[in-house]
Write a protein that binds this ligand. Structure first.
Ligand code: GLN
Ligand code: ZN
Length: 769
């Protein structure tokens, strides 16, 4: 019999229950016990949803992040929280976000919080994890209770529990050294200290009666040098205790040159991402010893399209005949990366809905596939027929294919992506037009999204207030933002993005070729979720999308107003995208649409236009060998979007990460006049990029960590800016926060920005003296 299982279920809840419970606790509006009770309830419900599987994941739940859970489980807490008293969960939140609930922080005497852990993207997803920190002195000590408690809880709920943990090699590989030194040098010291902790954990799980543990090693789909390859061999030798069975899970790509390594590891089963690595099923099966379980991830855990079940069966049937009981099937990766339940989408267009599957539906697909394999296709005839009809309808739909868009795409020329003059000439013209001070100050776009503003938007969406009332409310909020920015003395202003629920959804909603869910939330980090729009067809912009708000804002001030757009690569990377054409084609279609908006803004008199490419980096393929191809089309898409403007128009772009060094040449190639970029949390690490590469245009390394409620002091910002000024000349150095301010409160943002402006003044004064 083929068995079914799941690698992980979305933890946030179909109605984002976890988000709201976390935020209530952090605001001091509920107790830790209430939060823990809600979490237990969510876990129980999610296991119920998976009851028809042969094995359900346990330990995929996390209050904030599964990597941070692992850090706590192996006793790798940063020094700065070790001595703080109170519930371990409070310390966990402090590492995650700088602070916990006010009363807990008060009690632990850390009213001003601690430095939050660095956050970065989990492989090529839009999920962010808290980066583990290591040093030569790092020791590990097991605190497995959070996992073993969940296992006990699952078992008492009758769940066929398969604990899920992050493997030791991936755990070390996704961390960073505190002093910035090469991790590989630490590997020989850390691995021998870490492995006994894992062994101890596995033994504890075995004592609970666990048969299988899923051990995630997604790092195996990336290029590994000898040191890491050897680390794998050593680690799995040590973990092979004979007391418990290990299912080594790889996902997000293919194994390639790591396949022989994987096949030789002494584990009892291997999970392969058969969506991305379908071509490796056969070689893996051939190489694996004949007692190993092979788990095939045949349902895409990262996208929302229905699986073509007949096609999947065509591939699976021969494998099932060969493997018999040794074949398991599952989604390709954890379902953390898709929304929970399509059934909630009662307002979604029926035709488009018929093409989709969210987490619950994906597990039904897995179940149906297994039934067909175990009992023959006849046993699930109706299900297969319905699936085939949906697959056909999508393939043939007129709404997917628009000949006019295809023609526009064919008409793109190289020249459309080139500015008229080089940066130096443009910069001179822009300086004259804008007359900005040295170290000009600006923000990244959004201002706090107050409950009132959210309410206005949702009332308008529900048709409960008129267009005129809505417009007036947004105008009032824009006016407030402009007033506050003028009072702060910022140099380049923004309108504040009050009309936007989300920087991608806002544009997707106005473009043809996009569909929207109402509840399709996916966790981005901690309590934050995004609702990626669904790019299903050829893209066209029926009319201007932002011009009315931005021109309103510009009319309120003498200062330059920055038009605010989301770039094509980011729209693409933060959407669920088509799987029926290359990403590069979808991206270029988006580029043409946003280009029209850029030109409309310029036409309307805007002198500064920012095109956010927050997510450009996260689209990088996991294997470096494939980077160039991606960067070529991504950069070209940006250039097509941005570079049709006159010299005088200043183009900004913004990026949300500090690892900058390895793609700095491509970023320079985009040829934006100014780039603002995240960096304060990593202490201006990105400046190292400037040692080897002379970034030619304007740049604003973020000096205010907006992911934390902490307010940076003026002196701290002066320090950061002084570091930056040592590498970037005054006329090209901008002063700005790390990212948009929409998740913050006004009472945090105002003092923080006041300190930022004051810090810029200190630097200006130092130029004069
Ligand atoms: N302009 C956007 C904002 O300020 C950028 C957000 C982002 O980079 N993630 O909200
Ligand atoms: Zn950002």
């Amino acid at each position: 019999m083929v068995r079914t299982h799941n690698l992980g279920f979305p933890r946030i809840g179909a109605k984002r229950e976890l988000k709201f419970a976390l935020e209530a606790y952090w605001k001091g509006q509920s107790s830790l016990d209430e939060l823990k009770a809600l979490a237990a309830d969510l876990r129980r419900r999610h296991w119920l949803d998976q009851a028809f599987l042969d094995l359900a994941p346990v330990g995929d739940f996390a209050f904030y992040d599964q990597v941070l859970d692992t850090s706590f489980m192996v006793g790798n807490l940063p020094q700065r929280v070790r001595e703080l008293s109170g519930d371990p969960l409070d310390n966990y939140f402090r590492v995650a976000r700088g602070r916990s609930a006010p009363a807990a922080d008060e009690h632990a005497r850390c009213r001003d919080g601690v430095a939050a852990g660095e956050m970065t993207k989990w492989f090529d997803t839009n999920y962010h994890y808290i980066v583990p920190e290591f040093g030569v002195d790092t020791e590990f000590r097991l605190d497995g209770s959070s996992l073993t408690d969940q296992v006990a809880e699952a078992m008492s709920n009758g769940v066929k529990a398969k604990p899920v943990i992050i493997g030791p090699v991936t755990y070390l590989a996704v961390g960073k050294t505190r002093d910035g030194s090469d991790k590989r040098a630490l590997l020989p010291r850390l691995m021998p200290r870490l492995l006994p902790v894992y062994v101890e954990l596995l033994e504890a799980l075995a004592r609970q009666g666990v048969e299988w543990v899923q051990i995630d090693e997604p790092i195996l789909v990336t290029e590994l040098d000898d040191a890491w390859q050897q680390a794998f061999a050593a680690a799995y030798q040590a973990l092979n205790t004979g007391k418990i069975k290990l299912l080594l899970a790889t996902y997000f790509g293919s194994l390639e040159e790591n396949l022989p390594l994987v096949a030789e590891l002494p584990v009892q089963g291997v999970h392969l991402d058969a969506v991305n690595a379908g071509h490796e099923v056969e070689p893996l099966v051939t190489r694996l010893p004949s007692d190993r379980v092979v788990s095939l991830g045949v349902v895409n855990g990262r996208n929302v399209w229905k699986t073509d079940l007949n096609a999947a069966l065509d591939r699976l049937e021969p494998v099932a005949r060969k493997l018999g009981d040794r074949l398991w099937i599952a989604p390709s990766c954890s379902l953390l990366h898709v929304p929970v339940d399509l059934e909630m989408e009662t307002e979604l267009d029926e035709e488009i809905k018929s093409w989709l599957a969210f987490a619950r539906q994906k597990l039904e697909e897995v179940h149906l596939l297994a039934t067909a394999l175990n009992q023959g296709r006849e046993a699930v005839q109706a299900g297969l027929r319905a699936n085939q009809a949906a697959i056909q309808s999508r393939r043939l739909s007129q709404r997917v294919n628009n000949p006019a868009v295809k023609a526009a795409l064919a008409g793109i020329t190289e020249e459309m992506g080139r500015r008229v003059s080089a940066f130096a000439q443009r910069a001179a013209k822009q300086a004259q037009l804008l007359s900005l001070p040295k170290y000009p100050t600006t923000t990244i776009g959004s201002f706090p999204q107050t409950p009132e503003i959210r309410q206005v938007r949702s009332l308008s969406k529900a048709g409960k207030i008129s267009e005129a009332v809505y417009k007036e409310a947004i105008h009032a909020e824009i006016a407030r933002c402009v007033r506050e920015q003028e009072a702060l003395g910022l140099d380049v202003l923004v309108h504040g993005e009050a009309e936007r629920n989300d920087m991608v959804e806002y544009f997707g909603e106005q473009l043809e070729g996009y569909a929207f869910s109402r509840f399709g939330w996916v966790q981005s980090y901690g309590s934050r979720c995004v609702k990626p729009p669904i790019l299903f067809g050829d893209i066209r912009r029926p009319k201007a999308m932002t011009v009315e708000w931005i021109t309103y804002a510009q009319a309120l001030t003498e200062k330059p107003m920055k038009g605010m757009l989301t770039g094509p690569v980011t729209i693409l990377n933060w959407s669920f995208v088509r799987d029926d054409q290359p990403r590069s084609v979808s991206c270029m279609q988006l580029a043409l649409a946003i280009r029209e908006e850029v030109l409309d803004l310029e036409q309307a008199g805007l002198k500064v236009i920012q095109i956010d490419e927050a997510a450009l980096r996260e689209g990088l393929p996991l294997r470096e060998a494939q980077w160039k191809e991606y960067l070529d089309w991504a950069v070209q898409s940006f250039r097509i979007t941005a570079n049709g403007v006159a010299d005088e128009t200043q183009i900004h772009t913004h990026m949300c990460y500090s690892e900058f060094n390895d793609i700095i040449a491509s970023i320079a190639d985009m040829d934006a006049d100014v780039i603002t970029i995240e960096s304060s949390r990593s202490d201006m690490e990105l400046l190292e990029a400037f040692d080897d590469f002379n970034y030619p245009n304007g740049i604003g390394p973020g000096v205010y960590d907006i992911h934390s409620p902490n307010i940076p002091g003026r002196e701290h910002i002066v320090d950061l800016l002084t570091k930056a000024a040592a590498k970037i000349p005054a006329e090209r150095l901008w002063v700005n926060p790390d990212c948009g301010l929409k998740t913050r409160q006004w009472n945090e943002v105002l003092p923080a920005l006041a300190n930022m402006v004051a810090a810029a003044m200190v630097l200006r004064a130092s130029l004069e003296s």
